[in-house]
Design a protein around this ligand. Structure first.
Ligand code: PRT
Ligand code: ZN
Length: 286
């Protein structure tokens, strides 16, 4: 039987769609049946398990799954023996301490002898130990943000992304314990065949992620301005310059990183460029 790599992803929740989209962008088509416990890919040696995110590190540690996609917050809370192979750039959030909006918070000593509600008791205990603060940790399983309002705790530690949950519950964020994003984890004892499939998958993931952060731009310029324009465009190696049918004009093509994109466009406009075409890149093989 053909060797397949077993991947565990979240069954439903915040990481589910982005995990499936990543596979899709990697050109991996899953058979129908994502409502089941597992499915397989049609065109890549991959089997996909759908699980609760909390269970994924354990399944990977136990080699039931070879690899998994899960938030860093879950890995470090569960403290399992798994290796992080790649950051995936989605599911970004932070684990933060929050207190009532009107509390006179001036530093983490405020938490001394207070009750802290959280679903992350391991990470909170580690943080309090590092900060040399003695506090009481109340582990609860959900709706942490309502704990101060109902008198269950003086502070909470929870995941925050936009901050609106804290705001709506009259809380303010006062410390960040860790930043987290979805990562690809692997078990420690992968066989050679699985290792090779993982390398192929990682190669595709990196190409997709590079492309997501990069744009392809095309513009036409009079030859007299080419040097100035080329100096503004980094490109993968150097921009491509092609002659246009109209004498004295060229077409310039280049690849621009998302972070520098607007700055470069502004400079090109200052240099007199107008007809700039920007297109997304599907994959980048470097
Ligand atoms: O059912 P299962 O156990 O699989 O799912 P779950 O309910 O435990 O997890 P889920 O789907 O809520 O989150 C999965 C992962 O997404 C987390 O482990 C994080 O790595 C990541 N993630 C990113 C988040 C958030 N952002 C996030 N904002 N997980 C939870 N939240 C919650 C937070 O707990 C709080 O209730 O969203 C609320 C705050 O959001 P804002 O935007 O109001 O700040
Ligand atoms: Zn969960």
């Amino acid at each position: 039987m053909e060797t397949r790599l077993k991947l565990a992803i979240q069954k439903s929740g915040r990481l589910h769609d982005d995990s499936l989209n990543l596979l899709k962008d990697c050109g991996i088509d899953l058979k129908n049946g994502i409502n089941k416990l597992k499915t397989e890919a049609d065109n890549f040696p991959l089997e996909v398990f759908f699980l609760r995110d909390d269970d994924i590190p354990q399944y990977v540690e136990d080699s039931v799954a070879d690899i998994g996609i899960v938030g860093e917050n879950v890995i470090y809370e569960k403290n399992k023996k798994v290796t992080v192979s790649e950051k995936l750039g989605f599911g970004k959030c932070r684990l933060s301490v929050a207190v009532g909006r009107n509390e006179p918070y001036s530093g983490c000593q405020f938490l001394a002898n207070k009750k802290i509600a959280t679903t992350y008791p391991v990470l909170v205990a580690k943080y309090l130990k590092e900060q040399k603060v003695d506090a009481e940790i109340h582990e609860i399983s959900g709706s942490v943000e309502i704990a101060p309002g109902i008198g269950l705790a003086d502070a909470i530690v929870d995941l925050v992304s936009s901050g609106s949950t804290l705001f709506m519950n009259g809380l303010k964020e006062v410390e960040t314990i860790m930043h987290s994003e979805a990562v690809l984890i692997r078990q420690s004892k992968l066989g050679l065949a699985q290792q090779q499939i993982l390398e192929k998958l990682l190669f595709r993931i990196r190409s997709v992620r590079k492309a997501r952060h990069t744009k392809y731009i095309l513009l036409n310029a009079p030859n007299g301005k080419l040097q100035e324009i080329i100096s503004l465009l980094p490109g993968m190696k150097s921009p491509t310059v092609l002659p246009l049918a109209e004498p004295g004009w060229s077409s310039v093509h280049s690849v621009v990183n998302e972070n520098d994109f607007w700055e470069i466009i502004e400079k090109l406009k200052e240099a007199g460029e107008q007809g700039i075409l920007v297109v997304p890149i599907e994959k980048m093989i470097l």
